[in-house]
Design a protein around this ligand. Structure first.
Ligand code: ADP
Length: 246
């Protein structure tokens, strides 16, 4: 069932629990406090939200994604996902946590020597999903992204749009609570970009929280979602609307 920002229960309107919380987060890659990729960033993203992160190149968008994904640690501040303080995760829990998040990148990152089916199945094998359930799950995802006929194709035989749809199927096959997309349409033409965005919206309607970094002004303007604007490592705007919020 689609989950909105808030859910009505009788007369009360209860806010959804935040799924992602950044609390005064700063990141300096070199460890020096005067050279921040991100500086004192705080926000919360509720369960079921669809959020765009926009801003010029070098403003800190990918750093945000990498922090939420727990690929890197903040220099200061706290990040909580589904109520868990990411800094408190033990090594094994970090692997488990990262597998619970779906992620897609601008450059697809498919395994070139595996076909479409194997690329998606790989994500299930990594989490040690029951072997007899994998074909059904993979096939369900390939149907969702419209590629069930191409399950034997290899990445090099596919267009960019198709490869990104495979990457999306792979990101979703383990039923993640959060889908992070870092410039998912950066290498795609307008038609393929819209197909990917429509899929992301569909995934969001099914209940997954979706966070998309993008430069695609047209898409952000048309979709009218929450837009977090980043500039020089700081959030300069956070509200619903188009690319040029404010
Ligand atoms: P965006 O995604 O908005 O283009 P990034 O998050 O990639 O921005 O980068 C923000 C800042 O952090 C930039 O100044 C960039 O040069 C710097 N940066 C990003 N990754 C690294 C890294 N691995 N080492 C050092 N500096 C980095």
């Amino acid at each position: 069932m689609p989950k909105g920002h808030e859910e009505e229960t009788g007369r009360e309107v209860l806010p959804e629990a935040p799924v992602i919380v950044l609390d005064h987060v700063s990141k300096a890659y070199d460890g020096f406090s005067d050279n921040h990729a991100l500086e004192d960033v705080s926000f919360r993203i509720d369960k079921g939200e669809f959020v765009f992160i926009v801003g010029p190149s070098g403003s800190g968008k990918s750093t945000l994604i990498r922090l939420i994904e727990n690929e890197i640690d903040p220099t200061s501040g706290k990040i909580y996902v589904a109520g868990k303080d990411l800094s408190k995760l033990k090594k094994r829990q970090v692997c488990k946590y990262r597998r619970s998040i779906g992620i897609v990148f601008q450059d697809y990152r498919l395994l070139p020597d595996r076909n479409v089916y194997e690329n998606v199945a790989f994500a299930q094998e990594v989490i040690e999903a029951p072997k007899n359930k994998i074909p059904k799950e993979v096939s369900k995802m390939l149907t969702l992204v419209g590629l069930s006929q191409k399950f034997k194709s290899f990445p090099k035989e596919m267009s960019g749009g198709e490869q990104q749809r495979v990457a999306l199927a792979r990101a979703l096959v383990n039923n993640p609570m959060i889908l992070l997309a870092d410039e998912p349409t950066g290498n795609l033409d307008p038609q393929n970009s819209w197909e990917i965005m429509n899929l992301l919206e569909e995934v969001n309607k099914r209940g997954t929280t979706v966070v998309v970094v993008t430069h695609n002004r047209e898409i952000v303007d048309v979709m009218q979602k929450r837009v977090i604007s980043v500039l020089n490592g700081k959030i300069i705007e956070d509200k619903k609307g188009g690319y040029d919020v404010g």
